[in-house]
Design a protein around this ligand. Structure first.
Ligand SMILES: [Zn+2]
Ligand SMILES: [Zn+2]
Length: 258
């Protein structure tokens, strides 16, 4: 199974628009160019996408996917959902609805924001067919998609909770998290690979900063950990120099097999 980190940047991406731009990141290093966070999981004929932010079309266009078997949405913040509409063309060839999996609160949000993707209404063009359907997950759920086992955990993300994902009991993807309930934390022990938020050096109310993330990794003991959701404060090489031995900042289009 191949895991590709399509995007590894915080909500504004790097570079950001406006005066923030590259922030403290060296524009000469291509690893500092970061689109919004999403992950592609590929196994045999199965493609699963985690999150669909505003960069999603550009992130997927060179992967030549025939289709998407499922899209898992970790939470409803704009950097994780804004590109959902871009995925409509995957519906066109077979007219099979694209399955979205997420928690109930986020499902309700998506139904309001992207109502036309799920329900035909009187303002829809006559030819338009809603291309997606919603499947509600709970925290500490388990689903199996074409033999890929996916477990959900609850994560605290400031004002809201998000879902973290554990794939085939080997790989966990924990973005947009500042704290874990104990039950969640215990499920993350001794994995092969952990991809986890590491926003920047200084604390943030909704995202773990480096020292907090490093303290989790030290206790969880994954074989390898990668930081994601990095901010324009976080230059790749500078972050790498701060990382313990088995930890590295991720970068866009980095991939590994599990
Ligand atoms: Zn985010
Ligand atoms: Zn968020």
């Amino acid at each position: 199974m191949k895991i590709t980190l399509l995007g590894t940047g915080t909500s504004v991406g790097i570079p950001s628009l406006g005066q923030l731009g590259w922030g403290k990141c060296n524009p000469e290093n291509p690893k500092n160019s970061r689109q919004r966070c999403s992950v592609l999981i590929q196994s045999n004929n199965t493609n699963i996408l985690i999150d669909a932010g505003p960069d999603i079309k550009n992130q997927l266009i060179n992967h030549d996917l025939d289709g998407l078997n499922a899209i898992i949405i970790t939470h409803e913040h704009a950097d994780h959902i804004s590109g959902l509409d871009e995925l409509r063309p995957f519906y066109f060839p077979k007219k099979e609805k694209i399955n979205i999996y997420t928690i109930e609160r986020t499902a309700t949000f998506l139904l309001n924001r992207f109502d036309y993707l799920f329900k035909k209404n009187e303002k829809s063009q006559s030819y338009f067919k809603p291309p997606m359907s919603l499947n509600v997950l709970s925290y500490y759920d388990e689903i199996n998609l074409n033999g890929i086992k996916i477990k959900t955990i609850k994560q605290h993300h400031g004002a809201i909770d998000t879902i973290g994902l554990i794939i085939n009991d080997k790989f966990a993807y924990c973005t947009d998290v500042v704290d874990f309930p104990e039950d969640s934390f215990n499920k993350l022990r001794n994995l092969d690979t952990l991809v986890v938020t590491g926003l920047r050096s200084t604390p943030h109310i909704a995202h773990a900063h480096f020292d907090l993330t490093f303290s989790w990794i030290k206790e969880l003991k994954p074989k390898k950990a990668y930081l994601t959701h990095l901010s324009p404060d976080s230059d790749h090489d500078t972050v790498l120099s701060l990382c313990p031995k088995n930890v590295e900042p991720a970068y866009d289009n980095m991939f590994f097999n599990i």
